[in-house]
Design a protein around this ligand. Structure first.
Ligand code: C2E
Ligand code: CA
Ligand code: CA
Length: 395
């Protein structure tokens, strides 16, 4: 059934539109994390009209703006009812027409402030197709929303003319992967490769990810292996009326038995955990390619000396490092870690090189610093690589 703009407008004015909430869960733990607001039209006889039957018509004019703002206000009211509960963020769908709306971010801020809601509780969901054509305008729009403290979600990623270029340039927080990309059991090799790559690039761009339309345990298992942040779908919950959603938040239900996280952990998340422990002990980790005379430093927190560039030429790194040492230790440091010496060590079958020196910190104080270099073999290159773990020793 299709409706006219006048009929939809009348429904809006008569408060016949209502908001359903579909919960989103943390992929690894199945814990409730947030929700998406989805509009429905409640007919006098109690039947519900799905958005697919009236949103497209509303999107042909500015009527959609009124509907979206109405939904946002209903969401604010629901969040206020959660005042004494743990509050979970709610995302609201905004049509692309809002991109042209003057002062969108100010308007959203004013609404949130009117209900005294912290801005991170409201998320702005905009479909990827909105990006087509007006990239610059779209980026500016997103920047202004994020600057006001709201989260921005790119919806339906992969459903249409997806452009990796756009995602790279658009500064959104979350990438929501369209349900059309997930088959029932995710067993097709090519499909898995495409999805794994999408999750991997999103994470490398520091974006969180959501998979929508998750209906099967097989999909869940695969998404866990991809390190997908959150999932939404009938497997865990369908969109539900406000009261049912509030009860769910209150009981803080877990969608399934809490599972042992180690069983689902992907290599990426395991590596991140491991890295956090390594950084606890070694605040400075440097990867160097001796063959190509380059390095890449992963500096965690404040190491004694922090003024070294994070990438550059290895020989310069050692020169720079030597200069930060106590004058009596400079020659030892330069000799132990010169490229020629390390390449010879490697040829002689040595696996690691360790040296303790006194290093001048940014605060002007000398501290004992230990550097341990490990030779590593890289299975896709013959270059000689070392990983240096650096830490301060107690005095
Ligand atoms: P969407 O933003 O992609 O919303 C997700 C849709 O997928 C929802 O349909 C939801 O019920 C459905 N869904 C969730 N989990 C599953 C699942 O496991 N399997 C399957 N097959 N479907 C699932 P819904 O509620 O009918 O909404 C349809 C579309 O209408 C939304 O797609 C959104 O584009 C639009 N829409 C809904 N509410 C609003 C609104 O307030 N404003 C605007 N502008 N658009 C809205
Ligand atoms: Ca959506
Ligand atoms: Ca979607």
């Amino acid at each position: 059934m299709k409706y006219t703009a006048d009929e939809i407008k009348a429904a809006l004015e008569q408060n016949a539109l209502c908001v359903y909430y579909q919960p989103l869960y943390v992929t690894m733990t199945s814990r409730l994390k947030s929700a998406e607001a989805l509009v429905r039209w409640k007919k006098p006889d109690g039947t519900l009209v799905p958005p697919s039957e009236f949103i497209p018509a509303a999107e042909e004019s500015d009527l959609i703006l009124d509907i979206d703002w109405y939904v946002t206000e209903q969401v604010c009211k629901t969040l206020v009812k959660q005042n004494i509960l743990p509050q979970f963020p709610v995302s609201v769908n905004f049509s692309r027409r809002h991109i042209r709306e003057a002062n969108f971010a100010e308007k959203l801020s004013a609404l949130a402030d009117q209900y005294e809601l912290p801005h991170p509780l409201i998320e702005v969901e905009i479909t990827e197709s909105a990006m087509v054509a007006e990239e610059h305008e779209f980026s500016d729009w997103i920047v202004s929303i994020r600057a006001a403290g709201f989260t921005v979600v790119i919806d339906d990623f992969g459903s249409g003319l997806s452009s990796l270029q756009f995602v790279k340039d658009v500064p959104a927080d979350v990438l929501k992967i369209d349900k059309s990309l997930l088959s029932r059991n995710c067993e097709d090799e090519k499909e898995r490769i495409v999805l794994e790559s999408i999750f991997s690039f999103a994470h490398r761009l520091q974006m969180k990810t959501v998979a929508e339309g998750v209906e099967t345990k097989e999909q869940l298992a695969f998404l866990r292996s991809c390190d997908c942040s959150k999932i939404q779908g009938y497997l865990f919950a369908r969109p539900m009326p406000e009261q049912e959603y509030l009860t769910l938040c209150q009981t803080h239900q877990v969608a399934e038995e809490p599972a042992d996280i180690l069983r689902f952990q992907s290599h990426t998340s395991a590596a991140n955990l491991l890295l956090s422990v390594i950084f606890r002990r070694y605040p400075l980790v440097i990867f160097s390619n001796l063959t190509r005379n380059t390095y890449y430093a992963m500096a965690y927190q404040d190491f004694t000396s922090t003024n070294c560039p994070s990438t550059g030429i290895y020989d310069e790194l050692i020169m720079h490092g030597a200069m930060s040492m106590h004058p009596d230790d400079r020659a030892d440091f330069a000799a132990a870690f010169s490229r020629e010496k390390l390449l010879a060590d490697c040829a002689n079958g040595i696996h690691e090189v360790r040296l303790v020196t006194r290093q001048l910190g940014d605060d002007g104080v000398y501290r004992r610093a230990e550097t341990v270099d490990f030779f590593v073999r890289c299975n896709y290159s013959d270059d000689i690589i070392i990983i240096s773990l650096c830490q301060n020793l107690p005095d």
